[in-house]
Design a protein around this ligand. Structure first.
Ligand code: DP6
Length: 320
C-alpha cells in the first residue's frame, strides 16, 4: 500500500499556454520540453485504512496548500473510495515560483500512487493521469527532449531525443522565491478569455513545434534558440495583453535577458526561456555553461543560481 517515486521538473521550449477542456485539463496546444537532471521532487504515498483524512508534509513540515490537488490526483488513480493517504513530498528547489515544481510533484505522485494502489500502468497512461492534474506534469514522465502531442481525446507524450544525444546545460537564475500572485491554471483562462493575441498563438503553435522538432533532430542550436525565444516572448505577450494584465517579470528578469543578449553578442551558445514566474532559464552548450553561469550570477537582482544538465523521466523508488 505504499510507493515512492522521484520526478524531475521540465522546462518548456515550446510552451503550453491555454486549455481546450478545463474539466479534463486538456491543453489547447502541443508543447516541447527538456527534463532537468539535478532538480527533483520525491513523493511517498502510503494508503492507510485507519486514517480519517489525507495528510501532507512538504520537506518534513505539515503543509496543506497543495493537498486538494494531490488528493484529486489520488482519487483519479485509486478511485474516490480509496483509503486516505499519508503523502510526504521532498523537493530540492523553490516551490511555486515559476520553476515547474507542480510538474515534478504531480509526475512523482502519479507514479508513487499507482504503485501504492497496486496498479501497473504504462508510461503513456501515467502521463495522461499526471496531465489531468497539471498539464506540464505529463512531460516529466519522460526524459531528455519531450514532445506532448494533442490527440483527439487525450494527450500523448514521447521522448524525441535522449538527454545523452544532445547534452545541453540549463542555468536557472533565481530572481525571487516567493509564490506567484496568479497560478498558471487561472492565468491561462484569463488569457484565453481576454487576450487579443490568444487565437494567433493557437494558430501559430504547429509551426513553432515543427521548427523546434527539426532543430532538435538536426542538433541545430541556433535554430532552436531562435524558435524558443520567439515562442516564450509570444506567450508573455499574450499575458501582458490580458485583462487584468499578467506580468510575471521583475527588473532582474529583464536584466538577465540583457545578459543573455550580451553573451550571444560574444558568440556564446546560449538562449533564454521564462515561464509563469520571474526566473530566467538559460539553455546553453555545456562548454559555455561556466561563462553563462558567471555572467548571470553577476547580474544585479539574481539571488541564486542552479546549474543542471538534462535528465530522466519519473521513476519508482520502491515497490508497493
Ligand atoms: C508557462 O502545467 O502549471 O510553464 O495544467 O493548469 O496545471 P496546469 O498548468 P501548468 O502550466 C505550465 C505553463 C508554462 C508552460 C509550460 O510548461 O509548457
Amino acid at each position: 500500500m505504499q510507493g515512492t517515486a522521484i520526478a524531475r521538473p521540465n522546462i518548456a521550449l515550446i510552451k503550453y499556454w491555454g486549455k481546450r477542456d478545463t474539466k479534463r485539463n486538456l491543453p489547447a496546444v502541443g508543447s516541447i520540453s527538456i527534463t532537468l537532471r539535478e532538480l527533483f521532487t520525491r513523493m511517498a504515498v502510503e494508503f492507510d485504512a485507519s486514517l480519517g483524512a489525507d495528510t501532507l508534509t512538504v520537506n518534513g513540515t505539515p503543509d496543506n496548500a497543495m493537498l486538494p490537488r494531490l488528493a484529486s490526483c489520488l482519487d483519479r488513480i485509486a478511485g474516490p473510495d480509496r483509503h486516505r493517504a499519508h503523502i510526504a513530498s521532498d523537493c530540492n528547489f523553490p516551490i511555486a515560483a515559476g520553476l515547474a515544481s507542480s510538474a515534478s510533484a504531480f509526475a512523482a505522485i502519479t507514479v508513487a500512487a499507482a504503485a501504492a494502489a497496486g496498479k501497473e500502468l504504462e508510461r503513456d497512461s501515467l502521463a495522461s493521469l499526471a496531465g489531468q492534474a497539471s498539464g506540464s506534469a505529463a512531460r516529466s514522465l519522460f526524459g531528455g527532449f519531450v514532445e506532448l502531442k494533442n490527440m483527439d481525446d487525450d494527450i500523448r507524450c514521447a521522448t524525441i531525443l535522449d538527454a545523452a544525444d544532445w547534452p545541453l546545460s540549463v542555468i536557472v537564475a533565481i530572481t525571487e522565491t516567493g509564490p506567484k500572485a496568479v497560478g498558471s491554471t487561472e492565468a491561462m483562462e484569463i488569457s484565453r478569455r481576454t487576450s487579443p493575441f490568444y487565437s494567433t498563438w493557437i494558430q501559430q503553435q504547429e509551426q513553432d513545434l515543427a521548427t523546434a522538432r527539426s532543430a532538435i533532430a538536426e542538433r541545430d542550436f541556433e535554430k532552436l534558440a531562435a524558435v524558443t525565444e520567439h515562442n516564450c516572448l509570444k506567450m508573455h505577450s499574450i499575458m501582458w495583453a490580458s485583462r487584468p494584465p499578467l506580468v510575471y517579470w521583475n527588473a532582474a528578469t529583464m536584466r538577465c535577458l540583457e545578459t543573455v543578449r550580451q553573451l550571444q553578442g560574444q558568440s556564446l551558445g546560449v538562449f533564454f526561456t521564462i515561464d509563469a514566474g520571474p526566473q530566467v532559464k538559460a539553455v546553453c552548450l555545456p562548454e559555455h555553461s561556466d561563462a553563462v553561469a558567471n555572467a548571470l550570477r553577476a547580474t544585479a537582482g539574481v539571488t541564486d543560481l542552479m546549474v543542471t544538465g538534462l535528465g530522466d523521466g519519473a521513476k519508482l523508488e520502491t515497490d508497493a
